[in-house]
Design a protein. Sequence first.
Length: 366
Amino acid sequence: MISEPHTITGAWLESHDPGERRFKKIGDLMLESGEVLPDVTIAYQSWGQLKADRSNAILINHALTGWSDVPSWWPQMVGPGLPFDTNKYFVICPNVIGGCQGSTGPSSIAPDGKRWGSRFPYLTVRDMVAAELAMTRALEIPSYQIAVGPSLGGMRSLEWAIQFPEMIGAICSIGSSAVATGDQIGTWTTEIHAIKADPHFYGGDYYDKDRGPIEGMGIARKIAHLTYRTEYEMDTRFGRDLQGDETGRYAVQSYLDHQAFKLQRRFDANTYIALESAMISHDIGRDRGGVEAALATARVPIVVVSIDTDRLFPARLQEEIVSLSPSALPLKRISSPFGHDGFLIEVESVGAIIRETLEIAGSKRA
């Protein structure tokens, strides 16, 4: 039985059981804006053992509403004999800054003892990577075999390749892009608007209220989920069918309500805004002479994965990375009826590509 959604926030808070989370203090973080985010904590999870020479680490960058517990959202990927083989590798996934599952974010307590709320600074994808780099150094990990991530995670993996090629054997960017598009910005700003229009948003300072903007975040999730799946699936799976309950809802409405309900239990509205705003900032060519010039500097093997039905990150965006990056391998294409969410579901196909990426990284370092 699913419990009732949290009425204020679904964030992990300091009074909650940390579970398998580990925490690393990385100190103050200088942001691209020039603002300093003080006393930053990174929550992370890891699997496998780090070798004595510390040479077998893998970095997983999660997507927008993912978090450090990779097996909970990417099943059959991490473990003995699985693509991220914990018999061979030390696999680590940090919860992104701005998140709500233990790393410093809007729901965290600021130095004045109050939750950050509306005062939490604007973040970019590069700020997230800077925090991941600081965590990596704090844990004394000299380099990663590969950095891999889907969607927002793919954006961060690509930034790792451009900024810190000496620390990465190869990257795998799945269902992602070199720059946020006008269509994506339009969708994501609409989702943000839905949250801010909730009367319980209180300008972002709702943590001490009786209710938070969970309805607005639920609407944002419904909009997002339609972009994560396909028109064909929605029509063939639900069509015009009614749910058949007392609400009189269409079946597709019930399905989207359920997706919103699930997110309300584990996510925070301010985090949703912070992370989507960071995704909007994504432009690998910013201050680097443009996308073409930036990707031309790539020297790390870049494995790019495209999902043929992805309407949020269509194939042309992955084709652009491959065509402009001299170190990119031929584009990997996955066929799936599930759109952008194919990376979560087509684990056999994605897993084979992860194994291949690790082989490429290993041959490069041999």
